[in-house]
Design a protein around this ligand. Sequence first.
Ligand code: PRP
Ligand code: ZN
Length: 299
Amino acid sequence: MDKATRLKIAVQKTGRLTDNSLDLLQRCGLKYSRGKDQLMLFGENMPLDVLLVRDDDIPDLVQEDVCDLGIVGLNVVEEARLGLLARGVAPLFEKLQLLDFGRCHLALAVPEATPYAGASSLNGKRIATTYPNILADYLARHGVKAEIVTLSGAVEIAPRLGRADLICDLVSSGSTLAANHLREVETILDSQAALIRTPVPLSQAKQDWVHRLLMRVDGVQQVKESKYIMLHAPRSALPQIARLLPGSEFPTIIPLEGTTDKVAVHAVCRENVFWETLESLKAAGASSVLVLPVEKMLA
Ligand code: PRP
Ligand code: ZN
């Protein structure tokens, strides 16, 4: 394996981002085979290998140039960034692109019966978290003096065990909080998956592949919601129909053999197309409406 030409990307081994991360790489065209140790996926048709690791390790692996790229939540990126700053080290990994999956947020949550009246009620409290740096930054910005109880996991049971008065933890569906009778009171950070890269300049060959990967990621994101619509419409209804096509800039108008007052309209809609839209199109005079998925798109 030639370090000068093959890119290495760090991806969460098991967790909320794993499936979506690998799915994204596959949609970008990557075919891979698994290494024996289950730690590496070797790219077969692209000079790109995947290292499967704990998500919390990804910013450091990229910062230290063990990996060229990483897919990781903004929550983990921000925690690592503030941690490095606290140790006097400049965080050097660069955020390249937001990936629009793995959405969740970091929140303060109190036991259901505990009253909460704004950040000042946090004074003197013990807050359990696996995000001590983000929490410390939040408390400092709000002029709050509270004790941070840093845990490595199972934060949600800390109040019941008497280890903390409240918690600062990641929430996505909210079911962990509900199951533990905790009530969300404050959002500290909104998160989603992001692509990050090493600060170290890459060889031209690697740089070219990073560029291609970014273009493909962009294409994947664009087609996710995109649909191709085909319909027949009376010429007189064209302005109204164009307005109804969601997120499409320039519909293609095609004459129909044997008629002058009807045309075919083809358009890429960069938003989901709902039944309501189709019903409105029909009411506006459209007929033979077809909605097709878009497989790939390159701007
Ligand atoms: C987070 C958090 C909760 C859970 C919340 O852990 O610590 O346990 O997710 O999700 P919910 O609102 O859908 O119930 P995560 O799985 O991200 O583990 P990690 O921090 O170890 O990566
Ligand atoms: Zn983690």
